[in-house]
Design a protein around this ligand. Structure first.
Ligand code: DGT
Ligand code: CA
Ligand code: CA
Ligand code: ZN
Length: 577
């Protein structure tokens, strides 16, 4: 363990002891030792070898032993036991701004509170304000600290995070000191949710870049302001980190901070096997004379090439086999935004959409699409104003007239998002469904079924003869609701066996079926439809989130039905029916 890491543990022991109400001299000894370690002018290794730790001012015999143990093993039983002996809720309270160990101990001793939840209730009942040394102001501060902690701990939808980061990237690009800038981290990998935003810039003068970053109006808190790294909290609670590196380090740092961790670990070990050491600082070749020679690269592609790998798109860097494929030169050519030629699964005012049929079609036309499928809800989804037979046929007629009028360049398909009822039967008779261009089937009720029944229910629907595709397979709402219990593998097999497409619902809150399933499923022959599930004209843009996830799922253009031109799609739908 390095001396900084050891010092951090000593500091933590200091806080934990204070929380326990230990004798102040003992408590302070840990803090003193931590500072002494940090300000060493010799390296720790030689001091330990010389056994001269104890001669350092502020480090006694017992502490010297603990430091040595940490140095050699990275662990310390005393520290582990101490941590385990304190209620976890009390340790968590340390993260609330304005609450130090002394205050937490007082709250615990006098009110018996052991968790943040109990603390919040006590604040709401005004009990904290009444404690000696606290008062109304402190109580309010604790309450808002608890609220922020919850808000800040949350992950964020990729879609929202991307909207927040784009103007920052644009602003950074305009600074004269910035030579390159990219988003890194999970946002660049297009993960469905992101923890924080990672920005990377290249420049030889970091200071003005940092100053610009921390001074932006959407910054609500500056968490760290260093020479080459700053962290801020932005409106809405998301954290953003900016690092500035010299240009020659840029692609190494970009690769490192794009991650994922699993991908990085595998890349590092591959580099080691080839005699290189790879880090965010660079790629170094250990020559025979044991001198390190530095490798220069002008792109990430060159970095991969140095390790005999073809370029790995950021979306694939999850440590899920991409390196083996890149070694064989066998990575797929991923689907691109421009490949999308139309969309199915969109709603209109006829059910719960906000735009009319015509507005939706002109929206599709504005995107340059050749076709648009309308799939409003069916009658059992009364909460979504689902269509009965009569209203459905009115819509079919309207669509037919619209197509005949030739007013729009985009062709409109008549579909339905037909409810799968609890027993797996469909909301409309086959007689009705067969008159439509296509049928999406989805679950909108009875989420609480057990896995076996739910799987049977979905498989039965998939086996129904006029079904074209299955909607939002698990029904999950990201960051809000888990999907229903269902055996995804069995549903995929049933879909393939029945020539049914599974949609990639591209609403940024759904992204369902999720990316982790697609690679294997497409190898088995499953087809995908990237469906915006749009309830307004603006929502048509959700196809972007869908393409991101499709790429993450290793999908190629040919795996996705709505990359086909109109003629081909028409042919496909006729065959499907
Ligand atoms: P997030 O923010 O939770 O959605 O996920 P990431 O992937 O953006 O993770 P983050 O922000 O903690 O770190 C950004 C990247 O930095 C991460 O993807 C890989 C790299 N990185 C961070 N910590 C480590 C580490 O301990 N080991 C390695 N090899 N890479 C790391
Ligand atoms: Ca991140
Ligand atoms: Ca980060
Ligand atoms: Zn739906």
């Amino acid at each position: 363990m390095k001396k900084e890491e050891i010092a951090a543990i000593l500091d933590e022991i200091h806080v934990l002891l204070e929380l326990q109400g230990e004798n102040p001299f003992k408590v302070r000894a840990y803090q003193t030792a931590a500072r002494a370690l940090e300000s060493l002018d010799k390296d720790l290794e030689s001091i330990i070898e010389e056994k001269s730790l104890e001669s350092i001012k502020g480090i006694g015999k017992a502490l010297a032993e603990k430091i040595e143990t940490l140095y050699h093993t990275g662990q310390l039983k005393y520290y582990d036991d101490l941590k385990a002996s304190i209620e976890i809720g009390l340790i968590e309270m340390l993260e609330i701004p304005g609450l130090g160990p002394k205050k937490i101990k007082a709250i615990h001793d006098r009110l018996g509170i052991t968790s943040i939840r109990e603390l919040e209730i006590a604040c709401n009942h005004g009990k904290i304000a009444l404690l000696e040394g606290f008062g109304e102001k402190t109580q309010e501060k604790i309450l808002s600290g608890i609220k922020n902690k919850e808000l800040y701990r949350k992950r964020h939808l990729w879609w929202d995070a991307n909207e927040i980061i784009q103007p920052i990237i644009e602003g950074l690009k305009k600074l004269p000191q910035v030579k390159k800038v990219e988003a890194a981290g999970s946002l660049r990998r297009k993960l469905e949710t992101v923890g924080d935003l990672d920005l990377l810039a290249a420049g030889e003068q970091p200071k003005p870049i940092m100053d610009w970053f921390i001074g932006r109006k959407e910054v609500i808190e500056i968490l760290a302001h260093g020479e080459t790294k700053s962290s801020v909290r932005l409106q809405g609670g998301i954290q953003a980190d900016l690092r500035v590196v010299p240009l020659k380090q840029f692609y190494f740092a970009l690769h490192h901070f794009t991650g994922s961790k699993d991908h990085n670990v595998q890349m590092r070990s591959r580099a080691l096997g080839m005699g290189y050491s790879l880090s965010e600082w660079g790629l170094k070749l250990e020559s025979r004379e044991h001198e390190l020679s530095e490798v220069i690269v002008k792109s990430e592609a060159e970095l991969f090439k140095k390790l005999n790998l073809s370029y790995i798109e950021p979306e694939l860097r999850e440590g899920m086999g991409e390196i083996e494929y890149a070694q064989k030169g066998d990575l797929p050519k991923l689907i691109e935004m421009g490949d999308i030629r139309g969309a199915f699964h969109t709603h209109t005012v006829a059910s719960d959409g906000r735009a009319t049929l015509k507005e939706m079609v002109s929206g599709a036309e504005a995107l340059g699409w050749e076709y648009l499928g309308i799939a409003d809800h069916s009658k059992s989804s009364f909460q979504a104003n689902g269509l009965n037979e009569e209203r459905l046929f009115q819509q079919v007629k309207d669509i037919k007239e619209l197509n005949q009028s030739k007013k729009y360049k985009a062709h409109v398909f008549s579909g339905i998002e037909c409810d799968i009822l609890k027993d797996g039967s469909l909301d409309f008779e086959e007689e009705i469904l067969k008159q439509l261009d296509y049928v999406v089937v989805s679950i909108h009720s009875g989420f609480g079924m057990n896995e076996e029944d739910m799987t049977k229910r979905m498989v039965k629907a998939i086996e129904s003869p006029y079904v074209t595709m299955l909607g939002h397979l698990t029904g999950r709402i990201l960051l809000q609701r888990e999907g229903y219990a269902v055996n995804v593998a069995k549903v995929i097999d049933a879909a393939i066996a029945n020539n049914v497409i599974i949609e990639l619902n591209s609403n940024p809150k759904r992204l369902d079926m999720g990316w982790r399933y697609w690679h294997k499923a497409r190898d088995k022959g499953l087809k995908c439809s990237i469906n915006p599930d749009a309830h307004s004209v603006q929502n048509l843009a959700y196809y972007i989130a869908g393409v991101n996830v499709a790429r993450k799922g290793w999908l190629r253009k040919e795996d996705v039905i709505n990359t086909c031109g109109l003629k081909e799609v028409k042919k496909y739908l006729r065959k499907g029916i």
